[in-house]
Every structure is written in structure tokens, then in C-alpha cells.
Design a binder for this molecule. Structure first.
Ligand code: HEM
Ligand code: HEM
Length: 291
């Protein structure tokens, strides 16, 4: 969906935004005859009111995205309009302010608007870039299929561990039970792995089993010391299952990381939008009270 976002309906919203920017520039250039260019001339008011209208329209996207029953345009169209109109707002609002930005309440609205737009650019980058990264990571599979395979491997490991001595059986079960896949947003973003294991022959405490390395190295060392042929073949089988498990967990965690990248920027974009709406209201009240 997002590849067509920018080209939507033969660049409809890119064209509309260019028309708006050129019109705003023409309106801006008609200033300076009676009064110097600023937000308080009729041209300044026109550009200001239009900028505020654009902010409300862009905010509406959030509501439109969630009301699937609405017949007012498609989500794809709204998102394309959002990206281009949001970018044109940057220029139109700058012309409204006539490049006069200083340390005051008016500039707060301007700074917040820029912050929303910049976070929007980052969001657009994630929407265009990460779906491809995710399909490369999945290589034809899906998160669901990897999780199913993981559950199947875990069952197979548990079955095969029945032929091993208690020490190995408990170790293998502990590695499976204490594998941490998802965790909070931060650990998804950093792909941190808090998987643990309890090796009873060494200690009563849990130790790190990051990337399944501890269990794999233990099993590799236990293999030559197997009690009998049945145990040796079971450990060998379990070892190769843990190697596959290690690979699967890497793919699953990378998918979770990409999904986190795709939503984390909205934690900035949306609250900054709310702050912008508040600062804009104050800006309008202040100019009407003091002007
Ligand atoms: C996205 C929307 C808007 C932004 C980001 C914005 C931002 C600004 C900025 C940065 C200035 C320059 C302040 C200065 O001179 O230091 C300004 C001036 C002004 N704005 Fe806005 N504005 C917006 C919308 C509006 C609206 C809707 C109105 C009126 C209905 C308005 C009325 C004015 C007026 C009258 C001035 C001149 C104030 C002065 O020169 O002291 N603005 N605006
Ligand atoms: C002042 C300008 C802007 C405002 C007020 C605004 C506001 C919003 C809001 C309220 C949402 C809905 C978030 C949600 O899912 O809950 C949104 C989504 C989004 N915004 Fe903005 N935005 C602005 C500018 C931009 C710009 C300039 C870009 C990119 C160049 C952008 C890119 C996006 C994208 C990609 C989404 C997600 C759309 C989707 O999930 O379908 N925004 N924005």
C-alpha cells in the first residue's frame, strides 16, 4: 500500500500541494505596499487561517483512519493527502509568519508544527522502508509460521529429552521455559534477549541464555560424554533443534523490532500534534486579545 502512497492517483496531492504553495507565495508577495509583510496583514491572516485549517485537516486523518465505515475517501488517499499537505504546511505557515520567528508564544506553535512535520517525515521513511526489510527478513514465511515452527520444535525437543539423563532433561526444559521472546517496547526496539537457563550441576541460580548460546555450548560439551548410544543420538538431535531455534528466534525478534520501529514514532507524532493544537489555540487567542 505505502509504495503507491506518493504516486496516489497520478500525483494528485503532490500537484495540489504545489498549487497551494505557489498561491501562498503569490499572496505573500502582494504584501509590503501599505504594511511590511507579517502575520497581521490581510494576506498574513489568510495564510494563517489556511495553515490552521490544514492542521485540523491533518489531525482528522487520525480519526478517519479508525472509522472504517466512513465513505469519505479511502485511507490511502487520506494518507497521501496527509503527507503532501503536511509538507506544504511548512512553507505556507512560514510565509504566514513572514519569517519572523523569535522567542515568544507564537513561535511555540511554529516550533511544535515543525516537530510534528519532522516526526512525520521519519514516519513516512519507516512506512516506505521497513515493510521491505520485513519481507526480506521473512524470506517467504511469516511471523505466524515462525511461531508455529518454534512451538513444534519445542515439543520435539521435550520428547527427545526423555532419552537423556535428568540433568540434561531439566536443563533443556529450563532453556525452553525461560526463553523471552517479546518484552516491552524498549527491549523490542533494542532486540535485547533476557532468556535465562538454570544449570543445576553448576548453580541454583538462573544464568543468561542470550541467543540460546549457553544451552547450545552445554549440549555440545555433553555430547562426547553421553551415557549410551540412545542418549548420544537424542543430544545430537536436540542440539540441531536448538540451532534451528536460535535462527527462528533471531527472525522473530527482528520482526518485532521492525513492528516497533513502525509504531514508536507515533508516540511523538500524536502527542506533539495535541501540543500543537493547544499552542495554536493560545496563539490565536493572544493575537485577538492583544491585536
Ligand atoms: C499553523 C498555524 C499557525 C502558525 C504555526 C503560526 C505561527 C505564527 C508565527 C511564528 C508568527 C510570528 C510571530 C512574531 O512576529 O514573532 C505569527 C504571527 C501572527 N499570526 Fe500566526 N500562526 C498560525 C496561524 C494563525 C491564525 C489561524 C491566525 C489568526 C486567525 C494567526 C494570526 C497571526 C497574527 C495576527 C500574527 C501577527 C502577530 C505579530 O506580528 O505580533 N496565526 N504566527
Ligand atoms: C502539522 C502537521 C501534521 C499533523 C497535525 C499530523 C497529524 C497526524 C495524526 C493525528 C496522525 C494519526 C496518527 C494515528 O495513527 O493515531 C498522523 C499520522 C501520520 N502522519 Fe502526520 N501529521 C502532520 C504532518 C505529517 C507529515 C509532514 C508527514 C510526512 C511527510 C506525516 C506522516 C504521517 C504518517 C505516515 C502517518 C501514519 C498514517 C497511517 O498510519 O496510515 N504527517 N499524523
Amino acid at each position: 500500500m505505502f509504495e503507491n502512497l506518493l504516486k496516489y492517483k497520478k500525483y494528485r496531492y503532490l500537484s495540489l500541494s504545489l498549487i497551494l504553495i505557489v498561491s501562498a507565495a503569490v499572496i505573500y508577495l502582494t504584501q509590503g505596499i501599505e504594511q511590511p509583510a507579517n502575520g497581521g496583514t490581510w494576506q498574513g491572516y489568510t495564510l494563517g487561517i489556511f495553515s490552521a485549517f490544514l492542521v485540523l485537516l491533518l489531525t482528522y486523518l487520525g480519526i478517519r483512519k479508525r472509522s472504517y465505515s466512513s465513505r469519505m475517501g479511502t485511507v490511502e488517499g487520506w494518507t497521501s493527502a496527509h503527507v503532501f499537505l503536511g509538507t506544504s504546511l511548512l512553507l505556507i505557515a512560514t510565509l504566514h509568519a513572514a519569517f519572523q520567528v523569535g522567542w515568544n508564544i507564537h513561535t511555540l506553535a511554529y516550533v511544535l508544527m515543525i516537530a510534528v512535520i519532522l516526526s512525520g517525515f521519519y514516519g513516512l521513511f519507516t512506512y516506505l522502508h521497513y515493510p521491505q526489510v520485513m519481507s526480506k527478513n521473512n524470506n517467504g514465511g511469516s511471523q505466524e509460521s515462525w511461531l508455529q515452527e518454534l512451538a513444534q520444535i519445542d515439543d520435539e525437543i521435550k520428547n527427545r529429552s526423555g532419552s537423556c539423563r535428568a540433568e540434561i532433561r531439566l536443563l533443556v526444559l529450563s532453556a525452553i521455559e525461560n526463553t523471552k521472546i517479546s518484552g516491552g517496547l524498549f527491549s523490542q526496539l533494542t532486540r535485547s534477549d533476557n532468556s535465562k537457563i538454570k544449570i543445576q550441576s553448576e548453580s541454583d541460580k538462573y544464568t543468561s541464555n542470550k541467543n540460546q548460546e549457553r544451552v547450545i555450548s552445554y549440549l555440545a560439551r555433553a555430547l562426547p560424554n553421553s551415557l549410551n548410544h540412545a542418549e548420544a543420538s537424542a543430544i545430537d538431535g536436540i542440539l540441531s533443534k536448538f540451532s534451528r531455534r536460535q535462527r527462528l528466534l533471531k527472525i522473530i525478534k527482528r520482526n518485532l523490532q521492525i513492528k516497533a520501529y513502525l509504531r514508536v514514532w507515533l508516540l511523538f507524532h500524536v502527542p506533539l500534534t495535541i501540543a500543537l493544537l493547544a499552542a495554536l489555540t493560545v496563539h490565536i487567542l493572544v493575537v485577538f486579545i492583544y491585536w
